[in-house]
Design a protein around this ligand. Structure first.
Ligand SMILES: [Ca+2]
Ligand SMILES: [Ca+2]
Length: 164
């Protein structure tokens, strides 16, 4: 399944509709359900802040793609990864992994997969607490694997993305 935020113009309203502070008539909810689902941003100059997304507004999304048509930013906190991620989505057995070094056979970390292209940014609010472990092939694409230093959280991030 593919959720295109830009499908319901005007675009900024789509993100607003997911937000904590949004009026009840204008709320949106995205539930990908089972399987690997992608929330994809459309547009440029978007600043998608997961801390502003209601917990109930986003479920069953395992992949966020911020490529859009220009430079976009995804901001997230550890708690967002723990809330929105899931366990064992990708592990040493269900990737096309070449080494499996960073992904365990049974992956106990809450995982989110973040995709984008050059010019896009992942802004981790506690950047200092994350360690880039290695690069892994997942579903035929290369990802930088970032593990949280103290929590069971893991991000698979397209190498083109700046991580700050
Ligand atoms: Ca899903
Ligand atoms: Ca982009």
């Amino acid at each position: 399944m593919h959720k295109a935020c830009g499908a319901c113009p005007p675009r900024p309203r789509c993100l607003t509709a997911l937000s904590i502070g949004n009026a009840s008539q204008d709320i949106a909810r995205v539930n990908g359900g089972t399987g690997i689902d992608t929330l994809q941003l459309a547009g440029a100059g978007l600043d998608f802040d997961l801390s502003q997304v209601r917990r109930s507004a986003l479920e069953g999304i395992e992949r966020i793609n911020i490529t859009g048509s220009g430079d976009n930013t995804l901001r997230l906190r550890l708690i967002d990864v723990l809330n929105f991620g899931d366990n064992n989505l990708w592990n040493a057995g269900n990737t096309n992994g070449v080494s499996g070094e960073a992904l365990a056979a049974i992956e106990p970390r809450r995982q989110l997969r973040l995709e984008g292209n050059a010019g896009d940014t992942v802004d981790l609010t506690d950047f200092a607490n994350w360690t880039r472990a290695s690069n892994e092939m997942v579903d035929g694409s290369n990802f930088a694997v970032w593990n949280h230093n103290s929590a069971l959280a893991q991000l698979l991030i397209s190498p083109a993305l700046a991580v700050i």
